[in-house]
Ligand binder design. Sequence first.
Ligand code: AMP
Length: 113
Amino acid sequence: MTECIFCQIVEGDLASDVVREGSEWLAFRDSNPQAPIHILIVPRQHIASLEKVSEQNSLLLGHLLLAAKTISQEQGIGSDYRIVLNTGEGAGQSVFHLHLHLLGGRALGWPPG
Ligand code: AMP
């Protein structure tokens, strides 16, 4: 079995709270939520980080963003939300499988920590 926990979730080998899925991506609740709504949107394909994407992943990246928008509407957080894409350990990335964080349901301060 792969060591990547998000690949395990995509494969159904590790339980998750799935909220929506597309042919290229899966969205599930973060197990350590930082906001009332905290959902991760991950490509089914293993890509370690944004540093590893190329031009051929352009459509996929667009689909991930559009999924975030759709899910924010479905989850009732409307048009006030934040999308985070931590890239690299120094920026807080802890799971090296590309993912967007969708955060909403509370006021979100700026700058982030
Ligand atoms: P990052 O630090 O940007 O790499 O984000 C990884 C996120 O994955 C963190 O917010 C974790 O809480 C979340 N996470 C880790 N393992 C799981 C899991 N098994 N199910 C859901 N979320 C997870």
